[in-house]
Design a protein around this ligand. Sequence first.
Ligand code: UDP
Length: 363
Amino acid sequence: MYDYLIVGAGLFGATVAHELLLRGKKCLVIDRRDHIAGNAYCKQMEGIPVHWYGAHIFHTSDEKIWKYVNQFSEFNNYINSPIAIYRDELYNLPFNMNTFSKMWGVRTPAQAKEIIAKQIADEGISEPKNLEEQALSLVGRDVYEKLIKGYTEKQWGRDCKELPAFIIRRLPLRFTYDNNYFNDRYQGIPVEGYTKLVERMLSGTQVRLGVDYGKEKKELDALADKVIYTGAIDEYFAYAQGVLQYRMVEFEHQVLDTDNYQGNAVVNYTEREVPYTRIIEHKHFVFGKQPKTVISREYPAEWSVGKEPYYPINNEQNQALYERYRCLAAKEEKVLFGGRLGEYKYYDMDKVIASALRMVESL
Ligand code: UDP
């Protein structure tokens, strides 16, 4: 009945479905949730698109991908400039001259560089063996203690000494007064939310929600010549080789009777003692003028089978296990695997779309 069964209506699945439709293929997209757009899903509350599974800020340096997503939605000119709160102190992110000036009372890049260089030298670390040593050797003690240690330990549920250095190898220090979190050429938020964007990508394709592929695999497989699977790769194989680990996030969404709660879309709480990592105030992603506001507190948590997975923990042990699953996946004649869960990869949205486009080219 169908050329392709696409399992998962997130960005990967929707991109593949759109491209295959353009090439005259007949696709069925299924998702076990009751909505499309995967973790980019936005729920309208008080007239505000609420990023239901955590903040999604689109950023890319790839002009082709930027043009691609702009076909489906107008994007605004939102620039992500998070604030970090540590006890009673407030700093700008990413680490830049505003941060350093607040922390040490300095004004010039030369003064900031001198302080950081001295703090790095004081640590005397030549070969960083873990995330803590890596961070200390890149930014020094003050920035590490106030802005990295607590946040990272909450986020990953492990002591920074037990986390691999690679998580934080890329820690940009910027010696200008520029609070733009991302270095990419293009950035913005779809003005009507991501659900609308994905809905347009899926326009013309049949979508069935609330359908669990694992439970009805045989019947569903029989409907199509090929399957594109974007769910968790280990789940596909019934965890036969072991369980891949994830960090998850629990959200506390709240409507507040104020028009402006925190003055910024993203406020990180970097001290260990505050149980959540950040508070998102969604209206600021779209410069909303509604009388009320919606905020979401993010509580990181350990994931277990049956819960919603968020962040793949791409350490050595999990990568080795993923490789075993990848070999099994390569032997599946009818099924192709893709996306964050199918490839077990901490993917940004632009990279997911690029990867989906490559898959379609390869077909
Ligand atoms: N991070 C940090 N302090 C912060 C924000 C981030 O130390 O205030 C570190 C932390 O280890 C985190 C990583 O940077 O896991 C990436 O965080 P980001 O918010 O950029 O990624 P997201 O969670 O939005 O994918």
